[in-house]
Design a protein around this ligand. Structure first.
Ligand code: PLP
Length: 380
């Protein structure tokens, strides 16, 4: 038996999503900017997708700017805003994804000041440090809605209130939350939000930056003026249609999916603790599908490889930085001991996972951990 437990890295394209995409991969190849019937049909399909994405996060369709994915949307916010504004401070949480952190670090080389806001031991942003950050004039703020490693949900609404009072523009990366918990752009009070289709059973290569219409943002990609002039380039109609279908699917099954994954996650987590795992972020509000843990003196990479051999696909640290063997920056920011952090393994569950897989996983990991502990004991 094998099982895929890495849904925060990416998800399987849902059958209903593929079905919605198929005509646009085959017969409906018109360019959405063309004036003939094929172009008009493509344009209509984009409009439907824009409505579906907008509905999921409670905005007007005109607020949705289609881009290639979460990485581009995050880069677009940071760099696109900075090219409009006078250099000032950009404040980001210390646990942002590299696609926020790296562009923010780039700004720091061109007159901006990068302020990383601390998180507490459970992985939640420290509101006192948010307050302290606003002690300096701040133009931009980016705080993710949930962390991709720990799954810990951040109090973005509170941060947004504070940012608005300080006249700062506030963005949230909601990539790991859309489809798992309700996401409401208006209720959060943010000015911009990032979404990615392939994290929610849609295709790779589509995502959105959802914007407040007053956002003073410049495009990163200039050209024919697509997407309200904010992102030129012929639209990837099949992927965008799939993104829209994935949003509609997510809206319909979110609650059931959350309950299903939470049940499996809780079972797995209880079993892991029983065999001595430390669970990171367990005391904080989390997205329902994620558990992030480590065993003392067991390397995370080794555990991932052994579990893979046993038929279970899990991640060590962040999948997006898996070429690096440094301990996770998120765990270090939480004050986790670097040696324990090197053991970090993430399980992120999804719609196809079953109770039987969860039970078999617990047997497999107990066996692997036991074997690795014996090896360590012999080596010592
Ligand atoms: N933001 C977060 C929190 C993520 O987890 C990821 C992907 O791992 C991204 C952004 C990047 O999204 P994409 O893969 O669509 O570029």
């Amino acid at each position: 038996m094998s099982a895929y437990f890495d849904h925060n890295a990416t998800t399987r394209l849902d059958d209903a999503v593929l079905e919605a995409m198929m005509p646009f991969l085959r017969d409906e190849y018109g360019n959405a900017s063309s004036r003939h019937d094929a172009g008009i049909r493509a344009r209509k399909a984009l409009n439907v997708a824009r409505e579906q994405v907008a509905a999921l996060v409670n905005v007007q369709p005109s607020q949705v700017v289609f881009v290639s994915g979460g990485t581009e949307a995050n880069n677009m916010f940071v760099k696109g805003m900075a090219s409009y504004l006078k250099p000032s401070q950009i404040a980001v949480s210390a646990i942002e994804h590299p696609c926020v952190m790296k562009p923010a670090a780039t700004l720091a080389r061109s007159g901006w000041k990068l302020r990383k806001i601390n998180v507490d031991a459970t992985g939640v942003i420290d509101m006192a440090d948010v307050e302290a950050a606003f002690g300096e004039p701040t133009a931009l703020v980016s705080v993710m809605l949930a962390n991709n490693e720990t799954g810990v949900v951040q109090p973005v609404g509170e941060v947004a209130q504070r940012a608005r009072a300080a006249k700062a523009w506030i963005h949230t990366d909601a990539v790991q939350v859309a489809g798992k918990l309700p996401v409401d752009f208006e209720a959060l009070g943010v000015h911009a939000m990032t979404l990615s289709a392939h994290k929610m059973y849609g295709p790779k290569g589509a995502g959105a930056l959802v914007v407040d219409k007053r956002l003073p943002i410049k495009p990163l990609v200039g050209g024919g003026g697509h997407e309200h002039g904010l992102r030129s380039g012929t639209e990837n109609v099949p992927a965008i249609v799939g993104f829209g279908a994935a949003c509609e699917l997510a809206a319909g099954r979110r609650q059931a999916l959350a309950e299903h994954t939470a049940q499996l996650r809780d079972l797995i987590e209880t079993g892991l603790v029983e065999i001595g795992a430390t669970v990171f972020g367990a005391g904080a509000p989390r997205i329902p599908n994620t558990t992030y843990f480590a065993f003392q003196n067991i390397d995370g990479e080794t555990l991932v490889i052994e579990l893979n051999k046993a038929g279970f696909a899990v991640a060590s640290g962040s999948a997006c930085s898996s070429t690096s063997t440094d301990p996770s920056a998120t765990l270090l920011a939480m004050g986790v001991d670097p040696d324990l952090a090197r053991g970090a393994v993430r399980i992120s569950l999804g719609v196809d996972n079953t109770m039987q897989q969860a039970q078999e996983f617990l047997i497999a990991i107990a066996t692997v951990v036991d074997r690795l502990r014996r090896l360590t004991a012999v080596a010592v």
